[in-house]
Ligand binder design. Structure first.
Ligand SMILES: Nc1ncnc2c1ncn2[C@@H]1O[C@H](COP(=O)(O)OP(=O)(O)OP(=O)(O)O)[C@@H](O)[C@H]1O
Ligand SMILES: [Mg+2]
Length: 223
């Protein structure tokens, strides 16, 4: 079983879009793919249950019969920093709870488990804890999504260095070029030098997940 955690240079950088495309690329190859969104903030109340859009999008593409609740066990209504949402609803987000919920995902016996983070790499969970500790506990390999815009070189390198400093492997990065950037090729060349891992995909502003999925070089993930 391969376990990948999708992180990014920032919120709204394309983690869900990349996770969706990656899941699609893998299921296109008849592989069994489970998904996980450990923590979400920003949900709709549907039939008395909090439903997060990211979790729903991943649910729609995965093929291991998971429930929405299994995919996203911790959900808060307001679209704010999760640990602040937790505080305001008298909850706590414990790293061990996230790791326990992850066990149910592992139990699907999927070929691949694709987990989408929240925010960026050092997302606070409150009480001095970070989402990155869940990734360490569950020994996932990391895929870094870079939102290609001015300032991304700094964010990408800091994130890459933090992943390595945490004792984890950043196996690949994705150049997510959906916002339009001046001198894009120069910036991609620079990141290719600065990040010591292969580029899994270069995405433009894509019309569909299907089109994006075809741009993934998934063989890179299992080298
Ligand atoms: N390559 C792309 N082509 C077209 N649309 C994209 C692309 N990448 C991202 N988007 C769109 O940009 C928006 C932000 O992307 P996305 O939701 O994937 O970011 P995120 O990192 O998951 O955000 P969050 O931190 O809220 O989870 C979404 O509407 C998404 O569909
Ligand atoms: Mg998302």
């Amino acid at each position: 079983m391969y376990k990948f955690f999708i992180t990014a240079t920032d919120t709204d950088a394309g983690k869900t879009f990349v996770a969706q495309s990656l899941v699609k690329a893998l299921t296109n190859q008849s592989l069994k793919v489970a998904v996980f969104k450990p923590v979400s903030a920003g949900c709709d109340l549907i039939n008395n249950k909090l439903v997060n859009e990211d979790a729903k999008l991943l649910f729609d593409l995965a093929n291991c019969n998971q429930s929405l609740n299994e995919i996203n066990p911790i959900a808060f209504k307001e679209p704010i920093a999760p640990h602040i949402a937790a505080k305001h609803t008298s909850n706590k987000i414990a790293v061990n709870d996230l790791s326990d919920h992850y066990k149910a995902v592992i139990a699907t016996n999927a070929d691949y488990v694709i987990t989408e983070g929240a925010g960026g790499w050092r997302l606070p969970l409150g009480n001095g804890k970070f989402l990155s500790e869940f990734v360490q506990n569950t020994k996932q390999q990391v895929v870094l999504v870079v939102n290609m815009k001015l300032g991304c070189l700094n964010h990408a390198v800091l994130t890459y260095q933090a992943i390595l400093a945490d004792g984890l492997e950043c196996v690949a990065w994705v150049a997510n070029c959906f916002e339009g950037m001046d001198y894009l090729d120069d910036n991609i060349d620079e990141l290719t030098k600065l990040l010591d891992c292969p580029m899994l995909a270069k995405l433009d502003k894509e019309q569909s997940i299907d089109v994006a999925a075809n741009k993934f070089n998934v063989e890179l993930l299992t080298r």
